[in-house]
Design a protein around this ligand. Structure first.
Ligand code: GLA
Length: 660
């Protein structure tokens, strides 16, 4: 079920603009300056009180709301809306001192200390009780406030504490397993405990996958990931239900971290829990940085089911948590923001409003940098605010679906990268991103969708490393192809069922018949090795000796070098008017381009961009509005697009369409 509601506010729709606002880091004298500068920047909304617990409840049960009332009063007087946090993200020192049993434990048995943030066990009843008491107090205090546009549960649930191996976690894990399997026999079968004498005779014998002398049971690990995602979902629900009880008219959200490098939460499963979807995204520098940003925005837009979503955090410039924290180049600030808008964001917010003087994030950029408002950065922020203000015509307009999709599946991400595999060099998200880059390079729009999405609407579906394929998914994919769809999948797909048990008879297991091929043994490559294919591309890290089972299967490319020279590397099986193609080695984005080109050509999917812009420009569409996003660092001459200016500036975004 897609999110149903947007911010509670009156007036015509617009693109909201703002930041996390942490006024407790500053003396009250600064607050009025903040609000003045917010007006100058065009801020319409702030996320407030995200880390305010210690200030709001300095001693157990003793609430000090006065300062927050003052801040809210100042903001509201200027018409700035509140995305008000429940303030439970980081517990205050009194709580962890009185109740050290809330502190999470890592897999080695180390207990985390307070002093950072998010030092709480998702399954701690004591933490839950204190957090919910605060949520109730917050909701009661601000229930009728006219500026209250949304509730923001906790913050980036699971960012630092998703995997907790404590005794609380062990108890909750057992409860969760009883719900999933009902009987110990079923659990023993699912976990394959006949192996290594792991058979359980009592539920109390079961533990989280703590440090073991060697590889812990893989299904136990996979279920622990599922459980950990569910445990935080339970926390989200618990806070949300109190908010809904006290303020039924105010929508509730929490900030997801879709894609990024973080595979911890199955966000496809969390979507129905929030009233609208919110996401945080931070750029990872590198050759695919802009593509990765677009990938995350695209997936978020599709998780939101085409409805508007809220970009809760990104950065105006450098972050503080990478080994080297690169400042954004001119143009990147606006391009990053507008790429999210192009994929359906109706709110563009940053971490954070004013750059901190102290604390672990003092070198993280903000809307107001250390240099103050008389700065290039603040002027860029204000220019962005002004631009977004002019873009109200796009607010509420759904993202227009593409003809092709890339399937993204959290359980496959989890399972494909587990230990004791043929190679630990596979990177699930990188493969998906490489296909995305290839689509961008081909100038063809694509939707990144969760595996449960309605695939039938797409002419082409790419499912990279779709490792976990339960029987029902195999049926869906067969039906998709039988109905004329063109499916592409890759190495290490179709291998296991939902319990991480291998489908027998040869790989790619559940997809073998559909693809008309069979692989008897994986052939991963060592670091530095590469094999050439006869279509001019090359593979690294992984290969497979592919046998054709269905004689009608067409070989699109063969291995030219290495042990597998002469054997098929890329195949295609026509099924009625549909097809099922297989790519048995990681080709990298550049190598995928010709393969994808062939698939798209045969499926009749064409670029919507004029030739000279293909690859250099990303096209994203919301209804009548088209976003042309310059992926390069050079200005580009545009022709062939009615309504577009002659030149698209370096890193610029041009918007064309009737709304303009
Ligand atoms: C996360 C958090 C923020 C802040 C930023 C910094 O997104 O939610 O509080 O720490 O990271 O990048």
């Amino acid at each position: 079920m897609p999110p149903q509601r947007w911010l509670r506010r009156s007036g015509p729709l617009r693109i909201e603009f703002g930041a996390d606002y942490n006024p407790e880091q500053w003396p009250p004298a600064v607050w009025a300056d903040d609000v003045r500068a917010m007006r100058e920047a065009g801020v319409t909304i702030v996320s407030l009180a995200v880390f305010s617990w210690a200030r709001l409840e300095p001693r157990s049960g003793e609430y000090h709301f006065g300062w927050l009332d003052d801040v809210i009063g100042l903001l509201a007087a200027d018409g700035i809306l509140l995305d008000l946090a429940t303030a439970t993200a980081s517990p205050p020192p009194w709580l962890s001192t009185a109740h050290p049993e809330i502190l999470p434990v890592d897999r080695l048995g180390h207990t985390f200390s307070p002093g950072g943030r998010q030092h709480w066990r998702p399954t701690s009843p004591v933490f839950r009780q204190h957090a919910l008491r605060l949520v109730r107090a917050m909701a009661t205090r601000y229930a009728g406030h006219p500026a209250l546009a949304a509730w923001h549960v906790s913050n980036e649930l699971g960012c630092h504490n998703v995997y907790d191996y404590s005794d609380d976690a062990a108890r909750a894990f057992r409860r969760w397993l009883r719900g999933r399997y009902r009987t110990l026999d079923a659990l023993n079968a699912a976990w394959g405990t006949a192996f290594w004498s792991q058979r359980y005779a009592d539920w109390d014998e079961i533990l989280p996958p703590r440090l073991a002398p060697t590889h812990p049971n893989p299904t136990q690990q996979l279920d622990f990931k599922r459980f950990s995602s569910d445990a935080l979902k339970e926390h989200l629900r618990a806070e949300r239900d109190i908010l809904r009880e006290i303020t039924p008219g105010v929508p509730v959200t929490t900030n997801f971290m879709v894609a990024g490098d973080i595979d911890i939460i199955d966000y496809a499963d969390w979507v129905p829990e929030v009233d609208f979807l919110a996401n945080d995204h931070y750029v990872r520098p590198g050759p695919q940085a802009q593509d990765e940003l677009s990938f995350s925005a695209n997936l978020t837009g599709n998780l939101a089911g085409g409805r508007p979503w809220f970009l809760m955090e990104h950065s105006t410039s450098a972050v503080n948590w990478q080994p080297v924290n690169v400042a954004k180049k001119p143009g990147e600030l606006a391009r990053d923001s507008l790429t999210h808008v192009a994929h359906g964001a109706d709110a563009v917010c940053f971490f954070q409003w004013r750059q901190s003087r102290a604390g672990a994030e003092k070198y993280h950029s903000a809307m107001v940098p250390h240099a103050g408002t008389d700065s290039v950065l603040f002027r860029s922020v204000a220019a962005l605010g002004a631009r977004l203000r002019e873009m109200a015509y796009v607010a509420g307009v759904a993202r227009t679906p593409a003809q092709a999709a890339i399937v993204f599946d959290w359980p496959s991400w989890w399972a494909a990268e587990q230990d004791s595999h043929p190679s630990d060099r596979l990177r699930y998200k990188q493969e998906a991103l490489d296909w995305y880059t290839a689509f961008l390079d081909a100038g063809v729009r694509v939707d990144v969708v969760p595996v449960g999405a309605e695939l039938q609407r797409y002419d082409v579906v790419v499912a990279p490393v779709l490792h976990v394929v339960p029987a029902s998914l195999a049926v869906r994919l067969r039906t998709y192809v039988a109905d004329g769809g063109h499916l592409v999948t890759t190495y290490f797909s179709g291998i296991v069922d939902e319990h991480d048990h291998v489908w027998l008879g040869g790989y790619p297991g559940a997809l073998r018949d559909l693809l008309g091929i069979r692989v008897q043994e994986f052939a991963p490559l060592l670091d530095g090795e590469r094999v050439e294919l006869d279509n001019g591309t090359h593979g690294t890290r992984w290969t497979e000796p592919v046998d054709l089972v269905d004689p009608a299967v067409e070989v699109l490319a063969s291995y030219r070098t290495g042990e597998l020279a002469g054997r098929p590397a890329i195949t295609r099986r026509a099924v009625g008017t549909g097809s099922a193609s297989y790519v048995s080695t990681p080709l990298g984005a550049a190598g995928i381009v010709p393969v994808l080109g062939e698939v798209l050509k045969r499926a009749g999917v064409r670029s919507e961009l004029p030739g000279q812009l293909r690859g250099r420009v990303e096209l994203a569409v919301r209804g009548d509005v088209r976003f042309l996003i310059n992926r390069t660092d050079e200005p580009l001459e545009i022709s062939g697009i009615p309504g577009a200016p002659a030149v698209l500036p370096a890193r610029g975004v041009t918007i064309v369409g009737p709304g303009r």
